[in-house]
Design a protein around this ligand. Structure first.
Ligand SMILES: *[C@@H]1O[C@H](CO)[C@@H](O)[C@H](O)[C@H]1NC(C)=O
Ligand SMILES: *[C@@H]1O[C@H](CO)[C@@H](O)[C@H](O)[C@H]1NC(C)=O
Ligand SMILES: *[C@@H]1O[C@H](CO)[C@@H](O)[C@H](O)[C@H]1NC(C)=O
Ligand SMILES: *[C@@H]1O[C@H](CO)[C@@H](O)[C@H](O)[C@H]1NC(C)=O
Ligand SMILES: *[C@@H]1O[C@H](CO)[C@@H](O)[C@H](O)[C@H]1NC(C)=O
Ligand SMILES: CC(=O)N[C@H]1CO[C@H](CO)[C@@H](O)[C@@H]1O
Length: 407
């Protein structure tokens, strides 16, 4: 009872404040700061106050009648809005503790040490989305949060995602004598054409691949195994259509493979619903049966969805682009390859990256599977390739990853 009164008085205080703020701004022209401030107050209503209660539950939310915050729109902001809880990320107290003496987590690099959160929550699943969490995450644009979406649209998909049995994606293999997990992350860069890196890549305990991960016919250069396949609904759907001519007839289906999805937009949540209910999807992929893309190899116990907090943490701490300070701010996001590489940095001890963009990318074709027709890298506006080049180089130079380069 006492708690309820506390919350109610806080709500009233906030309402008065909000009213005053709006009134003060009445004569001014609208600018994004107003939204920042008022949304900050709204978020206080929905999140911070509740974090202090002892053991909140769904019934607590209903008793005090929290509702989703009013929808915020990207186009009401002329640059990336920065909230005072921008750097609040869900953490996982069961996160992996490396046993490997040479783990990248033990790096001495001051910049990396300061940025990295080894226990950041990696996965989004049933139970992690309630209205309180929604009211925090609805402040961030996709894929870093749920801005512009409706609570129920996302909630019904998230509630279908099973909680992973273990919070550890990749166990230390029995064959590892020093307790280290060695991973190769393979991008699709043309630098791999005729690289003969296949054997070396396959010698890693785990191999991450993304998007159009063609291996058949390219084994000598890129290897043939896949342990973790990182994708979005759109990358699955479009790569199968467009890369057939290179032999990409199906996504990787190795025994025990883990499928990791980047929920880049609402369409991914629509896809998840179809996938996990074994039905045709609605919305953007209406009529598409997501399960079909896995050709009978799908198992919920090997399906993971990245948490928006993880994606935002990567953007904010490792890959903030200048583009976020301007009108197309909401378009910017790191590439799927970038997210895959950072996922490896959070689940492996030793990470080698192949086929990632380098300064001399103009010497190679866009993708390694374009063996005979040289096409240049297309710089899509939603990515910052210059920043990616610098980021991979920096991680390499500071000894955190080993980046495959040619001279
Ligand atoms: C909402 O979910 C978050 C994340 O799992 C949790 O920390 C919090 O306690 C939940 N809040 C309520 C009111 O259930
Ligand atoms: C990969 O190639 C090796 C040897 O070249 C072979 O033994 C293995 O069966 C292949 N694995 C797959 C998944 O094709
Ligand atoms: C899509 O919509 C149809 C008709 O409303 C419904 O029967 C079906 O269950 C929906 N599919 C999914 C995956 O929710
Ligand atoms: C999915 O994997 C789990 C755990 O390995 C297993 O127990 C279950 O039988 C599998 N389900 C299907 C449908 O293959
Ligand atoms: C791929 O490598 C081969 C051998 O070095 C070369 O002849 C070919 O032109 C390369 N393809 C492209 C598209 O660069
Ligand atoms: C205050 C303001 O400009 N709000 C606008 C934000 O964007 C939505 C959707 O485009 C508009 O309806 C609002 O008027």
């Amino acid at each position: 009872m006492q708690k309820a009164w506390g919350v109610i008085s806080l709500i009233l205080t906030c309402c008065v404040l909000l009213y005053l703020m709006l009134w003060m701004n009445l004569s001014e022209q609208f600018h994004s700061k107003t939204v920042v401030i008022s949304a900050l107050i709204l978020s206080k209503l929905g999140t911070t106050s509740l974090y202090k209660t002892e053991k909140p539950s769904y019934s607590t939310e209903q008793e005090i009648n929290i509702t989703p915050i009013p929808v915020l729109y990207k186009k009401n902001f002329t640059k990336l809005p920065v909230w005072d809880f921008e750097e609040v990320y869900l953490r996982n107290n069961e996160a992996r503790k490396p046993t490997c003496p040479n783990s990248l987590q033990n790096t001495e690099d001051p910049e990396f040490k300061e940025a990295v959160l080894p226990d950041v929550q990696l996965w989004l699943y049933k139970g992690l989305l309630n209205i309180t969490e929604w009211n925090r995450l609805a402040h961030f644009n996709n894929p870093f949060g749920f801005m512009e979406y409706k609570y129920n649209e996302v909630k019904r998909a998230v509630d279908l995602i099973p909680k992973p049995k273990s919070s550890i994606l990749l166990p230390v293999p029995e064959s590892s004598k020093d307790g280290c997990i060695r991973c190769a992350v393979v991008g699709s860069g043309g630098i791999l054409n005729n690289s003969k890196m296949g054997k070396e890549i396959d010698s890693h305990e785990y191999i991450f691949r993304v998007n159009g991960a063609v291996t058949q016919g390219f084994e000598e250069d890129v290897g043939n195994r896949t342990s973790v396949y990182v994708h979005t609904a759109f990358s699955l759907y479009s790569n199968i259509l467009s890369l057939k001519k290179y032999g990409f007839n199906s996504i990787p289906q190795d025994e025990g493979i883990k499928y990791v999805m980047i929920p880049e937009g609402l369409r991914d949540f629509e896809w998840i619903q179809g996938l996990l209910q074994g039905k045709e999807a609605n919305g953007s992929f209406k009529g598409v049966r997501p399960l079909k893309y896995f050709e009978g190899k799908f198992n919920e116990s090997r399906f993971y969805v990245l948490h928006p907090d993880f994606l935002r943490y990567i953007r904010n701490r490792f890959m903030p682009s200048k583009q976020m300070q301007d009108i197309p701010w909401a378009m910017y996001r790191p590439t799927n390859g970038a997210f895959a590489l950072f996922l490896a940095l959070h689940t492996c001890d030793i990470v080698d990256a192949y086929g990632f963009i380098t300064e001399d990318h103009h010497k190679y074709s866009n993708y390694y599977y374009e063996k005979f027709k040289k096409t240049h890298v297309i710089f899509y506006i939603n990515h910052d390739y210059g920043l990616e080049i610098k980021t991979w180089k920096k991680l390499h130079d500071s000894g955190i990853i080993r980046l495959f380069q040619r001279h």
